[in-house]
Design a protein around this ligand. Sequence first.
Ligand code: AMP
Ligand code: MN
Ligand code: MN
Length: 327
Amino acid sequence: MISSEVRRDASTAEIVAELRTRRAFVMVSHVNPDGDTLGSGLALGLALRAIGKRVYYFQQDPVPRNLRFLPDADRVSRELPPDLPSDTLWVFCDMSSPSRAGEFLPSLQSQNVLNIDHHLGNQRFGAYNYVLESECSTGSCVLRLLRGLGAAITPEIATCLLTTIMTDTGGFMHSNTTADVLRASAELVELGADKARVTKEVFANKRFAAIKLLGAALDSARLEECGRYCWSVVDDAMLASCDADAEDTEEIVQHLRSVEGVEVAALFKAYRGEVRVSLRSSGTINVQVAAARLGGGGHALASGLTYRGSLEDGIRDVRRVLREEGL
Ligand code: AMP
Ligand code: MN
Ligand code: MN
């Protein structure tokens, strides 16, 4: 059982010392995985494997199609070997709460949990917490650890790390794209990161079904609150009629957010018996706080939640919490 006791953050040196001590690692990524949760775990896993450690990658959901190009992605699984040493370190990447890893992890002792993240409101659920809220991605936190470790950053590792940055900055478009982020990205390219491949695989390789689904979601989008709030829904029927699946919904909310005058965009994903909501802000409204009011989380400008109730109630409650945050 993971302790709910709040712990302090560890320094880079403390985490590096712990990484050197342990022999076996399980990198854990979150459900509905993205390029940051997966890329950061793969980057650290590749570096640890290179210095002779045993490394496994746990992810409840399959690797999304657009991330299968990542090195070591074929080793990611929800199955783990039965003979893991008792001092295996479980490295949670890119999640503010361990529940984001899903339901298939064994019960863990907190002294075997390392939590690497950049979300606001991280629960500090590990004995080792490396939470850098000012970083644009969890991969950037891993980059700091790799430098502390003196690890060789191979082209494969650099590609994983560049994927984390490009995912969480929206291809260098979001406001978290600071000069430091661009410098780190340039260094990764110099180290051999395949920028063209990341761009193509992550951003420019959409299935026809995804484009049809985008069209359907844009067609039914609503503009409310005097043009400040744009929202839409994707449901089971829309997925079926476009021959699309959950992975094809990824970029829809960004298009809603890009409408002139829009302060907040919401996409309600009502399928497979769940209502998940993606929120994006243009800057003035903190959607992390709004999502947290309904049990979700994320960042000030990009957050999400799983709504416990009907789609209609979710649409009403999300509008309410956004108004409470100033919409
Ligand atoms: P998404 O809209 O799914 O791309 O998620 C945007 C941000 O919100 C990411 O940083 C996620 O980690 C976070 N997020 C999404 N869903 C949840 C949730 N149910 N609970 C906490 N954070 C979430
Ligand atoms: Mn993520
Ligand atoms: Mn992230």
